[in-house]
Design a protein around this ligand. Structure first.
Ligand code: SF4
Length: 277
C-alpha cells in the first residue's frame, strides 16, 4: 500500500479530480503533442518530466505560462482516484511496475465512464427531466456498475456503444431543458464551426452547442442562458459579460479554458477561474 492518503467511499465515488489520491495518472498514462496546448511531445505511458516523486505537478501554479494549457483544462472526473485507490487498491505503479500497463490502459476507459456519470448526475438533478427520470436513473446505475468491474472485464467493454445509449438520454435531456426557451428555433445552428466567430451580444438562449468549436470566439455580452454546452470547445473564447446561467453540461474545465470577467454570469456549480479576475 502506498503512503498516499487512504480515502473513504464518499471520496472514491466523487466525480471530480482528487489529485492527492491519484498516482499522477493523467500525467503518465495519456500522451500529448506539441501544439498550442503543450510545448513538447509525450508518449502514452511515459511520465511527464514535470511530474514529481510525490505525484504532484512541479509547475502546477504556472501551467499556462509554461505552455501546458492542455493540463489546466483537463478533467478526469474522479477516474484518477478510482483507478489508483479502488481498482488497484492503493498500489503504486512506481513500486509495482508490473501493474503499469493495466493501470494506464484502464484509466482513460474509467475517465469516459465517469464523464458519462457526471452528465447523467446533472440530468437527474434537473426538474425538466422528470418525464425521463426513470430511464436516466437506470442508465446511471448501469454505468456506475460498469466502473466497478474488474480491469479484465472493463477491457472487454464496448464503451462507444454504451456512450451511444447514454447520449440518447442526454439529447432528450437537452431537448426537455431548452424547450422552455420560447424563441430558440431562431437560434438553431447550421454549423458547429464558430472558431473566431464574432458573436458579441448575440442571443443564443436555448441553443444546442453540443460539440461546437467556439475557439477564440467573441462571445462578449452574449445571452447564453439555458444553452447545452456538452463537448463544446471554449478555448480562448471571450465570455466577458456573457450570461450562461441555466446552461447545462458545462464543466469547470471548459470554463477554465475560456476567458471572462467579473461580469460573466455562470451556473451555480461553476467557479469563476482565478485567471479571469
Ligand atoms: S505539466 Fe504537470 S499537470 Fe501537466 S502532465 Fe506534466 S505533471 Fe501533469
Amino acid at each position: 500500500m502506498s503512503n498516499l492518503v487512504k480515502i473513504n467511499d464518499s471520496v472514491v465515488n466523487d466525480l471530480s479530480a482528487d489529485c492527492e489520491n491519484c498516482f499522477g495518472l493523467c500525467c503518465v498514462a495519456l500522451p500529448y503533442a506539441k501544439s498550442a496546448d503543450f510545448p513538447i511531445n509525450k508518449d502514452a505511458g511515459t511520465p511527464c518530466s514535470n511530474l514529481q516523486s510525490n505525484y504532484r505537478c512541479g509547475i502546477h501554479k504556472n501551467l499556462r505560462q509554461k505552455g501546458f494549457r492542455g493540463c489546466a483544462v483537463y478533467e478526469c472526473f474522479g477516474a484518477g482516484q478510482k483507478v489508483s485507490q479502488v481498482m488497484f487498491s492503493g498500489n503504486d505503479w512506481r513500486e509495482y511496475p508490473s501493474i503499469k500497463k493495466d493501470m494506464f490502459d484502464v484509466f482513460p476507459m474509467i475517465q469516459q465512464l465517469h464523464e458519462m456519470l457526471f452528465y447523467l448526475r446533472e440530468a437527474l438533478g434537473l426538474n425538466d427531466t422528470q418525464p425521463i427520470h426513470k430511464e436516466l436513473q437506470g442508465v446511471f446505475d448501469k454505468t456506475e456498475k460498469l466502473t466497478k468491474l474488474s480491469t479484465e472485464e472493463i477491457f472487454k467493454l464496448d464503451v462507444a456503444a454504451h456512450r451511444a445509449e447514454v447520449n440518447e438520454l442526454l439529447l432528450q435531456t437537452s431537448e426537455l431543458v431548452r424547450a422552455k426557451v420560447s424563441n430558440r428555433k431562431n437560434n438553431t445552428r447550421k454549423s458547429s464551426d464558430f472558431i473566431g466567430a464574432k458573436l458579441k451580444g448575440t442571443d443564443l438562449r436555448g441553443t444546442n452547442l453540443r460539440g461546437c468549436l467556439l475557439i477564440a470566439a467573441d462571445l462578449r455580452n452574449a445571452d447564453m442562458r439555458v444553452t447545452d454546452f456538452i463537448g463544446a470547445d471554449l478555448r480562448d473564447a471571450n465570455l466577458s459579460g456573457a450570461d450562461l446561467r441555466g446552461s447545462i453540461f458545462l464543466t469547470q474545465a471548459q470554463i477554465n479554458s475560456a476567458n471572462g470577467d467579473i461580469h460573466t454570469k455562470l451556473p451555480a456549480s461553476i467557479k469563476r477561474p482565478d485567471h479571469w479576475i
